[in-house]
Design a protein around this ligand. Structure first.
Ligand SMILES: [Mn+2]
Length: 326
């Protein structure tokens, strides 16, 4: 049995043996984190388990079409869990403040780490980690596939949602297995059209206007081989968009599609005073996670991010000077 199969078996034992589960993912939930957490949530519930999904930030409106956001809770004080599933986190700190806030729970409960980030710190009691996987959802499918009848159309939709969002609609990080999993999920009733409609055909006008404002002021470094923009609190306010609702669509779809660029960056000035950095490689041969790691973040070769309190000047200096060639 290979290592992956051993980890899957260990996790299936954890599920079989225990009753109360907590599911967490990173605090700025993306489609993959949401899809993996919520698919696990419904699968465990279908097995008669007691499950909580918790996140410190509200669910982004992009996910409302799945109509399950009411299942996510903010409060777990005083509750007891037999195991914690951590989905789509390269390290425990990505969850946000919960591990600190609920140290009693996190210190004394076995952790199942399911993830595909490069350089995952293997913080779990079980670690089902594969950095070659397109998404954590692809791994959750592998975990659930032995009991395929438990994969309802709703669960299949959630899993496919994560695969589509993390590959940016199969534009990056795919492998043959990604398409095998996609085929299976479609056969199990995953609602592809609905995911595409809500993900890629539902842009709000004020978002497009904000994109236009950033594009008007596009920052071009190293003769246009690096392009990016800054969204200040003023800009968020001007277009009536909250910083947490603003997803990765702009950098994924627009900034990283500019001809001549090796990679793109986006700097969001957060209300807290911190700056949220995102990086996307436009083509192969560039490891943007190197810049993210410089600022204490992480991610994948083609897609990475970080939070920093460094000045814009310093951030641009690092982005412009770091060698990210592979
Ligand atoms: Mn992911």
């Amino acid at each position: 049995m290979d290592k992956t199969q051993q980890e899957i078996r260990k996790i299936r034992e954890v599920i079989g043996k225990w009753q109360n589960f907590l599911i967490v993912s990173h605090k700025n939930v993306d489609g993959d984190a949401y899809g993996s957490s919520m698919s696990l949530y419904f699968s465990l519930q279908n097995l008669g388990k007691t499950v909580e999904v918790v996140n410190e930030l509200p669910v982004t409106p992009l996910f409302y079409f799945l109509d399950i956001h009411a299942c996510v809770t903010k409060e777990i004080r005083g509750k007891k869990f037999d195991a914690i599933f951590v989905c789509d986190c390269g390290e425990l700190s990505m969850i946000g403040k919960y591990p600190e806030l609920y140290a009693d729970i996190f210190m004394n409960t076995p952790v199942v780490n399911i993830d595909h980030h490069n350089g995952n710190t293997m913080f779990g009691t079980c670690n089902f980690v594969d950095s070659e996987a397109s998404s954590t959802c692809e791994l959750v499918y592998d975990l659930l596939r032995a009991d395929e009848k438990n994969i309802t159309p709703q669960i299949a939709t959630l899993l496919l949602f994560g695969v589509i969002r993390d590959t940016n609609c199969f534009k990056n990080s795919i492998r043959p297995h990604t398409f095998e999993v996609t085929g299976k999920l479609l056969a199990l009733g995953a609602e592809y059209d609905k995911i595409i409609f809500h993900s890629y055909k539902s842009e709000k006008l004020n978002y497009l206007q904000l994109y236009g404002c950033v594009l008007e002021n596009l920052i071009s470094l190293k003769e246009g081989t690096i392009v990016g923009g800054i969204i200040t609190q003023d800009i968020f306010e001007r277009y009536g968009i909250s910083e947490n609702e603003f997803g990765p669509q702009f950098i994924n779809e627009t900034l990283s599609s500019i001809e001549g660029a090796d990679f793109a960056f986006l700097i969001k000035e957060m209300e807290s005073g911190e700056r949220k950095l995102s990086f996307r490689a436009r083509r192969n041969g560039f490891d943007v996670s190197k810049i993210a790691r410089h600022f204490g973040g992480g991610g994948h070769i083609q897609s990475a991010g970080a939070y920093t309190s460094e000045s814009i000047e310093e951030i641009l200096k690092v982005i412009g000077n770091m060698d990210v060639g592979i």
